[in-house]
Design a protein around this ligand. Sequence first.
Ligand code: ZN
Length: 149
Amino acid sequence: MDVIIDELKNKCHNRLGRNHFAVIFRHKKLRWNEKLAFTMNMAVQRCGKWTIHAEEAALKKCMDNNKKAKSLKIDILVVRLSKDNTLGQSLPCTNCVNFMSKIQSTHDIVIKNIYYSACCGTIYKEKFCDIANSDKIHPSTGFCRRPNV
Ligand SMILES: [Zn+2]
């Protein structure tokens, strides 16, 4: 896991306001070179000003890259990095968790574990189903500003 975080820090060195990253791995194969998808949160400007969260973008990318994959089991790593490369709280927001649940029900994908960074610099691991059923998740302020929702 440390190797992956270092890799993210290197990748994201010169980023501009992009501080939220998601990497998708095959379940239990958390190796950077074998990742299925990697995204940063990005502003979608052509249809107004909101951001697609990294988790959501990574899942979409993962599905595009693995259209023919059957029964894909995945682990998702979500990391927030500040400008000085310290880890921040990145538990997926309600919107992203709902999106993940939807993907599971409509695609042949099972989300096993979510790894997320916390303010103290640790990476936590939780089962997706536990997160989806917990009251810890919260609506993100970015998402609340999104139109048509
Ligand atoms: Zn989110």
